[in-house]
Design a protein around this ligand. Structure first.
Ligand code: QV4
Ligand code: CA
Length: 493
């Protein structure tokens, strides 16, 4: 089962990157619940360093000051309100958990919740942590205490990631403080966690820590339910630290997934090879991974980078996301971004630090919704793109079926069925696709959920007729902005 903490029949989460809790609460009620999303990955809810140079970058939230729930996304009361309202709408909350480190070294100040911190003396009274709670020269041997060599696993785990002061998770006291923080969130009603920088923590420390956390809140979950854990481990195959070391504590981020799909939909590797996508490409077991096309780091050249597709390239991005959601492999996450003015100099985006849309006083802007369901005020809201939300529903409908009736033209035109429940045809080629294909579906008329919706028993876009023999005719023009057709039994007229 893809995630036992999702409400019945829901199988995809979205990352509402840098959204305010009050907006997420509304989004659960007005969109994510009705459109079948399982849950939301939310930005780190704990107090962070206030960075003013550059001015309030998104990445300040990866520099914890305390475990008090107060950030630019909102305070504890707003967080509680969000969790309660989302759970009532059958949508789960998965906070991003930053526990490998505190702020960058050096500097001092007061965090988003008013707690003091001092990165010279390693004093974080809001927790409290002192210099005794961090890895020092006895554990990290690089001299400046920073990580330089990713080929040395001990250094990666005991030294500082980009100078972020590294907590000693081997210490009972530190584990206790982190467990208290996690239990606070669990008792409020979250469903699980993204574990930030898991590669930089010892797998044994993580399992010990997870052994101390509560089962999920029985107001929302069956008794005895454990939090769902997905760990950020960037493993492209070239370093000693492997994803597999972390399977014992939960799922792991599959970063190769988005890079390989970008190559296909950028036409650098033929789509026909996707026939064996998943474990057949040397990837981990489907039950051990979370998969995604891009994340908040690699969409802006941080963490891994590697030429992934993003919302800035909508045509191939939609195709890659459609393929991800149609294919049985992995537990799926849809990125939901905001726009920023990119400024490439020598191949590097000098503006990749820019934070979310904000008001004069630097508070995060509300997410506004346009009449066509898209978002305004700089919010990209990929999770609201029709081609994406309809495939989230497709995935829910076909859940439990295998991949059948694979077809390809030997190049960039592919199609496959999910049992007798759904069928997708993709034309990543310049030329037209004009073929009769076996869909595996029962006879009838189906809405193409890429070009339109199924509404009041009718299709607002194209419709497809499946004959008694399961065959249907598909025509997809090579030049189309959306060269994909997807049909499923939940959108049959
Ligand atoms: C800089 C220099 C240091 C120097 C220091 C001096 O790089 O060498 O010693 O100044 O003060 C920010 C700045 C960075 C700065 C650092 C400390 O960008 O320049 O160091 O702060 O002040 C995000 C951003 C980082 C950011 C960090 C903390 O991506 O740029 O650093 O937040 O604000 C690896 C890891 C992987 C990680 C990925 C980015 O294996 O785990 O790098 N990904 C996760 C998150 C990511 C986050 C972190 C980890 C850290 O997804 O968003 O980093 O929590 O691949
Ligand atoms: Ca560490």
């Amino acid at each position: 089962y893809s995630n036992p903490t999702c409400a019945d029949g829901r199988h995809t989460i979205t990352h509402l990157f840098e959204w305010k809790w009050s907006d997420i609460a509304q989004e659960c009620e007005r969109f994510l619940g009705p459109y079948g999303y399982c849950g939301v990955q939310v930005s780190p809810p704990n107090e962070n360093r206030v960075v003013t140079s550059p001015n309030r970058p998104w990445w300040e939230r990866y520099q914890p000051v305390s475990y008090k729930l107060e950030t630019r996304s909102g305070n504890e009361q707003q967080f509680r309100d969000m969790v309660e309202r989302c759970n009532k709408a059958h949508v789960r909350i998965f906070p991003d958990l930053v526990i490998n480190h505190m702020t960058g070294s050096g500097g001092s100040g007061s965090g988003t919740g008013g707690s003091n911190w001092d990165g010279n003396s390693l004093s974080y009274p809001g927790v409290p942590y002192s210099n005794l709670d961090f890895n020092d020269g006895s554990k990290c041997h690089t001299g400046d205490l920073n990580i330089h060599n990713y080929n040395n696993a001990e250094e990666v785990r005991n030294c500082r990631l980009v100078s972020l002061v590294d907590l000693n998770l081997g210490k009972d006291y530190v584990r206790g403080k982190i467990a208290d923080y996690m239990n606070h969130l669990i008792d409020i009603g979250v469903a699980g966690f993204r574990i930030d920088a898991a590669k930089h923590m010892w797998p044994g420390d993580l399992t010990a820590l997870l052994g101390r956390v509560h089962n999920l809140n029985t107001n929302y979950f069956p008794s005895g339910t454990k939090p769902l854990i997905f760990q950020e481990v960037i493993d492209m195959g070239g370093e000693p630290i492997k994803m597999s070391e972390y399977f014992q504590s939960g799922r792991v981020t599959n970063f190769i997934y988005g890079i390989k799909l970008a190559q296909v939909f950028r036409k650098q590797n033929q789509a026909k090879f996707l026939k064996t996508w998943g474990e057949g490409w040397g990837m981990p077991n489907t039950n051990d991974v979370i998969v995604f096309i891009d994340n908040h780091d690699n969409q802006r050249g941080h963490g891994g980078g590697g030429g992934v597709l993003t919302h800035f390239e909508p045509k191939p991005y939609k195709m890659a996301t459609e393929f991800m959601l149609a294919h049985p492999y992995g537990w799926t996450r849809v990125m939901s971004s905001y726009n920023w003015d990119r400024n490439f100099q020598d191949g590097e985006d000098k503006n990749n630090w820019i934070g979310p849309p904000h008001n004069e006083d630097m508070s995060i802007k509300d997410v506004t919704i346009n009449s066509d369901m898209s978002c305004g005020d700089g919010w990209a809201c990929e999770h609201r793109w029709r081609q994406i939300y309809n495939m989230v529903a497709f995935r829910n409908v076909v859940h439990g079926t295998g991949l059948t009736h694979w077809w390809d033209n030997g190049n960039y035109q592919i199609a496959f069925a999910r049992g007798n429940k759904g069928f997708i045809v993709m034309n990543a080629e310049g030329s037209d696709l004009n073929s009769n294909l076996q869909t595996g579906l029962p006879q009838g008329t189906y809405c193409d959920v890429i070009s339109g919706n199924y509404e009041n028993g009718q299709c607002t876009g194209a419709s497809i007729h499946v004959g008694g023999d399961g065959q249907a005719h598909f025509h997809i023009s090579g030049g189309s902005e959306d060269p994909v057709i997807a049909i499923h039994i939940g959108a049959k007229v």
